[in-house]
Design a protein around this ligand. Structure first.
Ligand code: FEO
Length: 396
């Protein structure tokens, strides 16, 4: 792995993971993931920023030793305690027993709770600065709930580098280059939407607070814990996070997500998709919720302004994969999507009622004319679904 120098005082010392199937045991990683870590040198003291997942500790230590000729780092700054970044702490401390852990009160408590480590630690407050010697100094900026309550970001003013934790991160291992100026980073943007919608999507208002707070810093490089280091496309990445955290869609496309045991609900969905296409909607994503992974469904819902959810009644409630999708939308506080509901049943017309009730407290716009149909779709039911799809097209 490349221990690239990314600025005057910073080297990349992170690792790639191309073997983990599911991030957090939930989210597929077809392009892998990187756990980014950084080494700050050039002052009297050496600081490691962020850790890696436990199974990759030896690689991180090897990177550090290569750059320091065996001199132990003085500090380990922990911006975020989720174990994909903190898992290697115990092994790092075995390698460098005098290294001081730097974090806020919550971080230090979590270090003790997860790993039984009590000392040596340095507790910092929001806005504190840690001088490393010469013009090299780190300042700490608390950004709670991006993605956990202890989350903070660390700024190296002399290089303009913001170590942003999960903020501005994305799925996808690094393929040789580390900084976006040295690669075509286009492939990471869909993985950024999928990462955000799966991992951080519930915390939009906290991301907005962090974005406001960061305006006072003169940032030229975003060094997050996942994905490329952003420099050339930093503003574009900031705009993506701003948009996603305001739940603002990227386009006027429509996501259709459905469940169908025997093909009847699917017939209704096909009719809706054909109607939308005939009305000029170009970007239509159709997901069978029993097949598509939830993260891809959520990424499309974060992308598109329109949404249709279609479910059979199942055990007098929703078809389970659709229940997962609806729960995920409620959990994330999804809003501002023009949404149509379709429900099928054999004897108990529950699906539309349940979806409607669950989505009531979100800010999603449920289009009137929800369609509930019995058994196989009748001509009247197909006409009703065409009307619903047209009403959605009118609103895009
Ligand atoms: Fe990459 Fe919230 O950990």
């Amino acid at each position: 792995m490349n221990v690239a120098q990314i600025s005057r005082h910073v080297h990349y010392i992170g690792v790639n993971d191309r073997t983990l199937h599911r991030f957090e045991s939930l989210w597929p990683l077809p392009l892998g993931v990187s756990y980014n870590s950084y080494l700050v040198t050039g002052g009297d003291k050496i600081a490691v920023i962020d850790g890696v997942e436990a199974g990759h500790a030896l690689k991180q230590i090897e990177h550090i030793n290569r750059l320091t000729d065996g001199r132990a780092p003085d500090y380990l700054v922990i911006n975020h305690m989720e174990p994909d970044h903190s898992g290697a702490i115990s092994l790092l401390l075995n390698a460098y027993p005098d290294m001081v852990i730097v974090g806020n009160t919550q971080t230090v408590n979590m270090v003790a709770g997860y790993y039984g480590i009590e000392a040596p630690t340095m507790t910092v407050k929001d806005g504190d600065t840690l001088p490393l010697g010469g013009d090299v100094a780190l300042s700490f900026h608390f950004t709670p709930m991006v993605h956990w309550p202890e989350t903070m970001m660390t700024f190296l003013a002399c290089d303009g580098v913001l170590f942003s934790g999960d903020g501005f991160g994305c799925f996808g291992a690094l393929n040789g280059a580390v900084v976006d100026t040295d690669m075509d980073a286009t492939r990471y943007f869909p993985e950024m939407i999928r990462y955000y919608s799966a991992i951080v999507g519930k915390y939009g208002r906290f991301v907005q607070r962090a974005l406001t707070k960061l305006k006072s810093l003169e940032i030229s490089t975003l060094a997050s814990t996942h994905g490329p280091v952003w420099r050339e496309r930093m503003r574009e990445v900031g705009a993506y996070y701003d948009r996603m955290s305001r739940y603002e869609p990227f386009d006027n496309g429509v996501t259709i997500v459905y469940g169908s045991m025997y093909g009847n609900t699917e017939l209704m969905v096909e009719e809706a998709a054909a109607t939308l296409a005939a009305r000029g909607v170009k970007d239509i994503a159709v997901h069978n919720a029993a097949i598509s992974d939830l993260s891809y469904i959520l990424a499309d819902i974060f992308t598109h302004k329109g949404l249709i959810i279609a479910s059979p009644t199942y055990s007098e409630t929703l078809f389970p994969p659709i229940k997962s999708v609806v729960d995920a939308l409620v959990t994330r506080g999804m809003k501002d999507r023009v949404t149509g509901l379709i429900g099928g049943h054999t004897w108990a017309p529950q699906a539309v009622k349940v979806m409607d009730a669950l989505l009531q407290d979100t800010g999603m716009e449920i289009v009137s004319g929800s369609v509930s149909f019995k058994q196989a779709p009748s001509q009247d039911a197909l006409a009703a679904v065409r009307e619903l799809a047209s009403a959605i097209a009118d609103r895009l």
